[in-house]
Write a protein that binds this ligand. Structure first.
Ligand code: SF4
Length: 477
């Protein structure tokens, strides 16, 4: 087995000076080595094979047996036992492209930020927060027709399929994405043109809507024909001005942008058609760690950039993945170097199976403070908390009240749900031992929530009071 102990670097975009010799310019350095050859099962795979999207999809790792087969004796048996325990609790199945799988540091998978995103370890998982919700953002509640969430006045979220090229442990839609698991039964659905008609018709009849996020699921899992069908139908609606195609693909399967000419051709045709109509089509992707970035990412971005495609990034803040300023700063600058706009950093949603990945609100606020000023303002991502219960994205420091000791924060969303309050909770493991103890007592946690609300709204009444009472009933532990 060939072991690559050093990481050759290049400046893959011909748009800047070589920085290989300049240590502080790490963001300009991209892996070029054949890192996959460190994986026993892929030690003979050529660069041409590894660079082909079909090879990547065919060799994606989708169960523990395959994890074992590909890794062989590269990791101790105890690692597989730990993953097995994780999968018994996790709401997401395994699906990892060879590209991401091979970027994991298999000398230390326990602490690796990529492993943490895709392969749960039972030893690291924690009980869910008492106020977690499977549909934490109330996307189903705000759905006027199936597959469509309409929360903001002029924007909708369209979920045309619920499969992806990888399955992320932190997925906010773990209730529907990626097939049933031992803990969650799901109504996963693939692309199906007939079933999208109700969403198109709703949008034709909703003149206030100008912006459609096409998410899921992942647009990489649509055929070129499906992508064209959705693009043409939506662009044909006069008041729809902007489409955002959401895919994690550039981060975890950049080879598709480089070798799937049919899919890329379909996307570029929609992009061009939109431009001719005076409309816009963007790609929104989610890199969470600089470790996901290699020359393949840069080459994929170069192809899109050459075609004038604007790509924006939405990262999710995750403990042990990107919750250090050095990591976030490197990620931000490296994305910018590739002409990929850092758009959002999300506070982790309060969904099941993710407690070990969540960070306190205060961490996000501090990171935002630290990150601002490291580069041009238009490339500093906005840190947001998507208010549980359907308040929508709020700037992370715009809470009405936050008590870092109890971990309770209170939010308003005046233009989205006027008059309502929303609550977000820090992960319990980040609180002091005394506070964690308080949280085990139902009366105590109710008192903490009521106190936080009282700070914002001393005379709560009517529907709002009922909603809070309902929320307090949700607590499951
Ligand atoms: S790619 Fe997106 S939708 Fe798919 S599992 Fe990951 S976070 Fe969820």
């Amino acid at each position: 087995m060939i072991r690559h102990t050093t990481t050759p670097v290049v400046t893959p975009l011909s748009i800047g000076p070589s920085a290989a010799a300049s240590a502080p310019q790490l963001h300009r350095e991209f892996r070029t080595d054949e890192f996959w050859r460190d994986i026993p099962g892929w030690s003979d795979v050529t660069e041409a094979e590894f660079g082909n999207h079909l090879w990547q999809s065919k060799n994606s790792v989708i169960n523990l047996k395959q994890v074992r087969q590909v890794l062989g004796t590269r990791v101790p048996d105890s690692f597989f036992t730990d993953v097995e325990a994780g999968l018994r609790k996790a709401p997401m199945n395994i699906r990892i492209t060879p590209y991401v799988f091979a970027l994991i540091d298999w000398d230390n998978p326990t602490d690796d930020p990529l492993r943490k995103q895709f392969l749960p370890l039972g030893s690291q998982m924690l009980p869910d927060h008492p106020f977690y919700l499977a549909d934490s953002l109330a996307e189903d509640t705000d759905a006027p027709v199936p597959m469509l969430t309409h929360r903001y006045p002029d924007k909708v979220l369209f979920l045309p399929l619920t499969t992806c090229p990888v399955y992320c442990s932190y997925c906010t839609r773990s209730r529907i994405i990626g097939g049933s698991t031992e803990t969650v039964e799901k109504d996963t659905y693939g692309a199906n043109k007939e079933k999208w008609e109700a969403a198109f018709e709703y949008l034709r009849q909703s003149p206030q809507v100008e912006d459609v996020v096409i998410s899921g699921g992942d647009a990489f899992n649509m055929t070129a024909t499906h992508l064209t069908h959705i693009g043409e139908n939506l662009l044909a609606i006069p008041h729809i001005r902007r489409l955002r195609v959401a895919t994690k693909g550039i981060a975890i399967l950049p080879q598709k942008i480089l070798t799937d000419d049919k899919w890329v051709g379909a996307f570029l045709a929609i992009h061009k058609r939109a431009h001719e109509m005076g409309k816009q089509v963007y790609i929104h992707t989610h890199f969470s760690s600089p470790r996901e970035i290699t020359k393949w990412s840069a080459m994929a971005m170069q192809r899109l950039y050459a075609e004038h495609v604007i790509v924006r990034n939405q990262a999710v803040l995750q403990a042990g993945v990107n919750d250090k300023i050095e990591t976030l700063s490197l990620l931000t600058k490296q994305l910018s170097w590739m002409n990929l706009q850092p758009y959002y950093v999300y506070q982790h949603d309060m969904v099941p199976g993710c407690e070990h990945l969540r960070t306190p609100l205060g961490v996000g606020i501090e990171l935002e403070k630290q990150l601002r000023g490291t580069t041009a303002g238009f490339h500093v991502p906005t840190f947001v908390c998507d208010a549980p219960g359907g308040g929508g994205k709020r700037h992370i420091a715009s809470h009405e009240h936050y008590n870092p000791e109890t971990g309770v924060s209170v939010w308003r969303a005046p233009r989205v749900k006027p008059g309502r309050l929303f609550l977000y909770f820090d992960p319990l493991h980040a609180l002091s031992p005394e506070m964690q103890k308080r949280w085990t007592v139902q009366a105590e946690r109710e008192a903490m929530v009521r106190d936080a609300i009282h700070q914002v709204e001393p005379n709560l009444g009517g529907e709002q009071a009922k909603m809070i009472e309902d929320l307090l009933q949700i607590a499951v532990h």
